[in-house]
Design a protein around this ligand. Sequence first.
Ligand code: P5A
Length: 453
Amino acid sequence: MRLSRYFLPVLKEDPKEAQIVSHRLMLRAGMIKQQAAGIYSWLPLGYKVLKRIERIVHEEQGRAGHIPLLMPTLQPADLWRESGRYDDYGEEMLRVRDRHKRDLLYGPTNEEMITDIFRSHVNSYKDLPLTLYHVQWKFRDEIRPRFGVMRGREFLMKDGYNFDLTRDAALHAYNRHLVSYLRTYERMGLQAIPMRADGGPIGGDYTHEFLVLADTGESEVFYDSQITDLTFGDRQIDYDSVEQCQAVLEEFTSRYARTDETHDEAVFAQVPEERRRTARGIEVGQIFYFGTKYSEAMGATVVGPDGARVPVEMGSHGIGVSRLLGAIIEASHDDRGIIWPEGVTPFHVGIVNLKQGDNSTDSACDAIYAELQARGMDPLYDDRDDRAGAKFATMDLIGLPWRITVGPRGLAANKVELTSRRTGETEEMSPKDAIARLEQIYAPVLGLTVQDK
Ligand code: P5A
């Protein structure tokens, strides 16, 4: 993309309404615009990151064998009357009435609807196990929407639902989700720690939240510091293996880590004092096992191996896709702006032309831009006629992890600068070498095969 043709409405001043850094930077970088309390338009740059995050979520769900579908945002109230949650959900549920006076609601979650789909089409245990998921907008009429996309009223969630014959099989689905979530967050450059939590309005008493530690987080958390040493890394997991998934769950949940809802001082006191931590965290996901809560209420049964019908065992699993943008920025920024991890950056590299209109720099930038695209990368070329300082400030604010700077003096010696946003380190090299370096860096992210040259 050429910046002269893009829509990037950056703000010079700090917006007053933003209390935390991620909200401030998302507004300043022209990523979102508030339309009503907790309701946002996603401007091109924000939309791009949202799509990158969504794509990682889809890839990791696919790897775990989960199947995508798409349910609507509006749901008939009658489904929720069946489960009893229409009355229970309270004021957080946005209720709507259509012209035929039928009650609808803007879905805050989809347990009822997916259970309805299941009972309409699945009859036998032979069709199990099954995990269906979608990435869809939700609405919760939060009392206090705040911190931008962090606590919105309309927000994007990945929500998945597992259907199994037995409790053990459903617990394997739970473990499988835990593993796939660990991978998903790490690909976004985040450490999200599973912590024992409370079922809330979804239900069930076996549930973990995934928390990214941050001072601005809304949840108070208590944990054994050893837990922060764990990483999933690039281990290969067979998602069908009960033992492998169970082993990962045990590794990541055997140390004390709880939200304030389930915190127990007596148990916490058994952790050696020097390892006890109290902190704040951002909840970026939650997994639930709730057994037959919805299937019994809604008559979702299957014929079991002995011919008798049994209610299906279920759980549900959510990732806060739009909240993740805020969480990533909270975890990765500096005074000058955002620092995107390579896995989610809106553009892979920024190209800054120090002398727009100069034949040599213009044609060098055009060539670099074309070559990066030819190799599967997505560059943002600042081709505006602006001061170098202003161009650098914009690139720093929007947080592209790499920048190529092209100026007439360097170019005379066939050199450009490659700068890391994270470390600020700059190296001089030929355009060809800069492109090759970026290709190496992005190969794992893009699934590229780098040819030896
Ligand atoms: C699990 C999937 C559920 O709704 N039903 C389907 C279960 N879980 S949850 O924990 O309530 O939500 C899942 C994740 O969605 C994000 N989230 C939000 N993001 C932005 N604004 C909000 N108001 C909001 N509410 C929930 C969180 O990341 C949460 O973990």
